[in-house]
Write a protein that binds this ligand. Sequence first.
Ligand code: HPA
Length: 271
Amino acid sequence: MTSKQLNESVDYLIEKGFHKPEIGIVLGTGLGKLAGEIENPIEAFYNHIPYFPLATVEFHAGKLIFGELEGKKVVVMQGRFHLYEGYDLIDVTYPIRVMERLGIKKLLISNAAGAINLNFKKGEIMLIEDHINFQGGSPLAFKNVGEFGSRFTDMSNPYDSEMRTKLISIAKQENISLQQGVYVSVLGPQLETRAEYRMLKMLGADAVGMSTVPEVIVANHLNLPVVAISVLTDECDPENLQPVNIEEIIEIATTTEPKMIKLFRELIKGV
Ligand code: HPA
């Protein structure tokens, strides 16, 4: 990755009309509906953006959408790149660097995750307080990282305190039950064994998923305030584990999505 490549991606988008978005949003699996609510949308398919990772067949619909939400200019990623699809960590986080160069000042991330903390129920939302990177690599481990920011990026408070506080009070106001906890990212794409769920719990995780952490590391690298929420789609109880049902996971994501949209909309309104 070079600065020149990033600038070419950015120039393409500016040419299309992506003018000075204030907020970037990443929509997770089964959580794409907010994209349809953007006013005056301009779309750019990932496949058409210079130097964007080349999308897989099943992922041909991935796109960046620019427009307005709650009167703010936003850029939304409908569909993200996952490590488990065969991309590397630099690919996975490339769009974050592009959105930052487009001018975003805040980043909002969502994902679908499994509940490790058994006090949390599927269909609830968890605000990510902190994370454990369990994907076996870093999006900052490349030779010329110094051109883009500090190699030894501070991670003492990776999720923006101000936006977290706002989300907590929005949830209260809106009567949305919002859990808080630690998200652990794994490579996937296979789900966890019972022994792995036991281990993740012992390590201090409250939820597990296959994304988000690389994007958050890069946001911190760029000094870009970031906040992330997990839609809890399944309960990972090792003593009573049911075979995974991807249809059910997607269905829970879809039925929980309106709460996530409410939280994000109110947050956007207030920032
Ligand atoms: N494990 C990993 N990723 C997930 C899960 C899970 O149980 N549920 C949703 N995404």
